[in-house]
Design a protein around this ligand. Structure first.
Ligand code: ACO
Length: 336
């Protein structure tokens, strides 16, 4: 089969930093409660003239620079996000900002915190079967815009960010995506979501005086609603199974893997999964203390930091897994 490899990464975060102490001024919480239960101490929040698109473009440009790659040679851009600046999708706008003159295909993928892993597998499928060669995968989310900042159960968890990787076709022996495992469970979806508000109609009366069902009111989305305990249970049950399955398909065991890189949702989830899979602490990548849960951005953001700090080196093997709303979850075994 054709190979595909990751050849560059980049990330971007908003300038506004919000600490646990800052949050304790707007909801009844404390730095101690948040850090003990979640491991989170800070998060970045989009403000002023910043936008998700700008973060995504910055992350993408850094990934292209690392790979010394001309944006005109891209032939696909996948924007993995659940919070696009435009409901019709934001990938074509990112393509425009990057200045790709050859009109590469660009579209959004919506899969919450699993979005980046899904985007990566989609990129590989487009390369292996679809004739594409150079695919930019961006994971970016601005969940702060969908958080109820009066709900201490959820507002402490989330932050905004973007991360990106460039995936390129290569010879089979250089393949950098060794295996994957993807799932969803709509039944469990009730535990985590931000559904559209009921589509009520205006109290309009027709010419005969009876109520009209048309036109509908402008729709809006509710804030993030979450059953934290159920999400926690789902993650620690499904993520280790998924990684084990991906490892088996790659003919590996956890001892052969250099890094465990999970979606950064909660340090207790990361620790529980690492223990279940026999990954020692020093092989676990974690940066959620600084950024909180940045949804589709969390894996490429943590990967970018780990690559640029020299932790992840060429040839290293990474077991990455995303999980979240949908419910969706999935793993990819990557060779950097
Ligand atoms: N500060 C202080 N007290 C709080 C806070 C807070 N921020 N939030 C809740 N509490 C209180 C509750 O009111 C409750 O008080 P009570 O006992 O008087 O009723 C008590 O603390 C315990 O609340 P629980 O919700 O039961 O706390 P729990 O131990 O489950 O921790 C948490 C909550 C941290 C959200 C945990 O369930 C969790 O991390 N779950 C996973 C959530 C997650 O990762 N979601 C995102 C993944 S998917 C995605 O990324 C979109």
């Amino acid at each position: 089969r054709k190979g595909c490899k990751l050849v560059g990464c980049g990330s971007a975060v908003p300038s506004l930093s919000v600490s646990n102490d800052d949050l304790s001024k707007i909801v009844d919480t404390s730095d101690e409660w948040i850090s003990v239960r979640t491991g989170i101490r800070n998060r970045r929040v989009i403000s002023g003239t910043e936008s998700l698109k700008k973060l995504a473009v910055e992350a993408a440009q850094k990934a292209l620079e690392m790979a010394d790659f001309d944006p005109n040679d891209l032939d696909l851009i996948l924007m993995c996000t659940s919070t696009p600046d435009d409901i019709f999708g934001s990938a074509p706008q990112i393509q425009r900002e990057l200045g790709c003159r050859n009109s590469p295909l660009a579209y959004d993928i919506t899969a919450a915190c699993s979005g980046f892993v899904l985007g990566l597998i989609s990129a590989a499928s487009h390369i292996r079967g679809g004739g594409f060669r150079n695919v930019l995968v961006i994971g970016a989310d601005g969940l702060s815009r969908f958080v109820d900042w009066t709900d201490r159960g959820t507002c402490i968890l989330f932050g905004d960010a973007a991360g990106a990787v460039l995936v390129q076709a290569c010879d089979a022996e250089e393949d950098g995506l060794l295996s994957f495992d993807l799932h969803s469970d709509g039944e469990g979806g009730r535990h985590l979501g931000a559904p559209i508000n009921d589509n009520e109609t205006d109290e309009l009366l027709g010419s005969n005086g009876s109520a009209l069902d048309f036109p509908p009111k402008k729709s809006s989305y509710s804030c993030i609603q979450m059953n934290g305990k159920e999400v926690f249970r789902f993650a620690v049950r499904c993520v280790p199974q998924s990684i084990e399955s991906a490892l088996e398909k790659a003919g590996l065991v956890s001892g052969n893997v250099d890094w465990l890189l999970l979606h950064q949702a909660n340090q207790r989830i990361i620790d529980a999964v690492a223990t279940r899979l026999d990954f020692p602490q020093e092989k676990v990548i974690s940066n959620l203390a600084n950024y909180g849960n940045t949804s589709a951005a969390s894996i490429p953001l943590a990967l970018d930091e780990a690559v640029r700090s020299g932790k992840v080196k060429p040839g290293h093997t990474i077991a990455a897994a995303g999980f979240g709303a949908g419910l969706t979850w999935g793993s990819a075994i990557i060779r950097w």
